[in-house]
Design a binder for this molecule. Structure first.
Ligand code: MG
Length: 368
């Protein structure tokens, strides 16, 4: 009985497939092959035979050349003048997402989230934000918080993207021993991979660049350089990492150092760009390790026009950035709506207005 029905069904299916009534070719459903800039998959596969389907949403299928990652292309990064440059010495710009404070949004510190950000959001960098002195942070939970950061670093290496290892503190000069301890461990463990970029101090408050911040960074850099002679270190500046101008004529001596600029598009506009231009005019290399399209609280209105003005400014100057933040907190800078999974695969209706804007920017401009 079963044999009889199968013997009839299989030939019928084969005929239907042959006649095109059942389409088993995945390629024919493709609408966009975004990161390769082509719309014809058959044509693309002739030149790129290892093209595979990596990501699916309701309206599109995205194919990736999996043998080619941004880290393979750019390799070991370094600093030349005011630019971050690739292994060939050409200026490069990274665009990606910052994770939220590790102790409060630990659920997103997963391999699955990092993979989804790479394959579906086209990030070329992620930022792991190690909470330090704040409630329940590293100072009270060293092993637990470190494990989260290491999981994200390992995932970034696996996916072939860069990772900013951020000491997410507002008072790091008060915990120098702990910072040295942490960064020396990271440098010893990962300093021989090109993926790692160190960020020694997220946002200093109103403390002197020359008297407090510069000596702090020098001490941490010396610790990192015991194990890693070359990977880039990004250093926080006064006033929530806005006064990059104060570095002029007072730079750190290490040659692979950049300086942190943070902005929130609704609050910070031409005034903060002026400070940045002063620094750039003096060959100070800048990295926007964190910014939002909202106001400085991380909440409030989104200013689309200001966000676009900033993006254009950063593109013109090849300044890399990470957007704040991958979180499902009920605030406007959070990229995800409350309840979003810590394992990626978010549908578009789980992504906030901010998240959709930033994702579109990366999908339009990142090539990997
Ligand atoms: Mg190295």
């Amino acid at each position: 009985m079963k044999y009889t029905s199968l013997s009839i069904t299989i030939p019928i299916i084969m005929v239907l497939v042959y006649l095109g009534f059942i389409n088993i070719a995945v390629e024919s459903e493709v609408k966009v092959v975004e990161n390769l800039g082509v719309t014809d998959v058959e044509q693309a596969q002739q030149t790129t035979p290892f093209l595979i389907l990596k990501s699916v949403s309701e309206t599109e299928k995205v194919f990736y050349d999996t043998q080619h990652t941004v880290v393979e292309e750019y390799g070991q990064l370094s600093v030349s003048g005011r630019y971050m440059v690739d292994k060939e010495g050409s200026p490069v710009q990274l665009r990606g997402m910052s994770l939220f404070w590790s102790q409060w949004m630990g659920k997103f510190y997963t391999q699955e989230t990092v993979r989804w950000l790479k394959t579906n959001w086209n990030v070329t960098i992620v930022r792991a934000s190690m909470a330090v002195e704040d409630v329940d942070g590293y100072l009270n939970n060293k092993a637990r918080e470190k494990a989260k950061i290491f999981e994200v670093i390992d995932a970034a290496i696996e996916e072939g993207i860069y990772v900013l290892v951020d000491w997410h503190s507002h008072h790091a000069e008060d915990y120098i021993a702990e910072a040295k301890d942490f960064f020396s461990e990271v440098a010893e463990k990962y300093g021989d991979t090109p993926n790692i970029i160190y960020e020694t101090y997220n946002e200093p408050l109103d403390v002197s660049w020359s008297a407090v911040l510069k000596p702090y960074h020098e001490e941490i850099i010396a610790e990192i350089r015991k194990y890693d002679p070359d990977n880039i270190v990004v250093c926080g500046t006064r006033n929530w990492s806005q006064r990059v101008d104060e570095v002029v004529n007072n730079e750190l001596s290490d040659k692979n150092v950049m300086y942190t600029l943070h902005y929130y598009a609704t609050s910070h506009k031409e005034n903060v760009r002026r400070l940045t231009e002063t620094a750039l005019a003096n060959n100070i290399p800048i990295f926007v390790t964190e910014y939002g399209v909202t106001d400085y609280s991380g909440d409030g209105e989104i200013d689309v026009a200001s966000a676009n003005t900033w993006w254009n400014f950063l593109d013109e100057n090849k300044i890399s950035w990470c957007n704040w933040s991958i979180a499902d907190k009920a605030e406007s800078s959070a990229a995800l709506k409350p309840g979003a999974s810590g394992k990626g695969k978010w549908s578009e209706n789980e992504i906030t207005e901010s998240g959709l804007m930033v994702r579109a920017e990366m999908k339009a401009k990142n090539s990997y």
